[in-house]
Design a protein around this ligand. Sequence first.
Ligand code: HEC
Length: 178
Amino acid sequence: MHLRRPRWLTASAIAFLVPTLLVGFATAALAATTALPGDPTKGQTLYSSSTCSTCHGPSLGGGIGPALHPIKKLGDAKDPLDPQYLISTITAGKNGVGGYGAMPAKGGDSKLKDQDIKDLAAFIIKQNQITGPVPLAPGPLAISTIEWVTVGILAMLALTYVLSRYNMRWIARKSGHR
Ligand code: HEC
């Protein structure tokens, strides 16, 4: 009777821990590739509702100001997608660097808060990440999909196996004691 509780606990601990770890790893992997300074969805809304689109184009293609996607290297930044560079450029504006006109501080929209500017920077980075040079070709993409699906199936099989073993032992122990 005293042994029953720990076994039950171990099985549920495993049932709980394995998915948690998997989700944790997936989240960590995602976070590593998309370390954004803010919320890109809010940034997108701000971009369209603020002054930005007038000068940089409704779909970031440029106009009076340089294209933001694919982002132009203006000459004063090593990496124009560096969050700090984007945040300080949007906050302070820019003038005479890339041979365009002038960008007023905050695009002339003094209502923009610090967080809004971070969200705008996140939106610009995200856009440049999505259609950047990273997407996998069909072949490698298929292989990577198959690999991940296989890993998923194996993990579920292993979990099922572990759980059923514990269950069987538990049943055996119970009926043995009767
Ligand atoms: C009045 C036109 C105008 C508005 C409005 C405007 N910009 Fe600009 N923006 C420019 C110009 C012109 C430049 C380039 C300045 C230079 O070359 O010195 C620029 C540069 C930039 C850069 C640097 C791009 C790079 O390739 O390094 C970013 C980022 C940027 N703007 C974001 C924004 C955002 C976000 C908004 C809205 C809050 C905005 N801009 C509003 C005209 C504008």
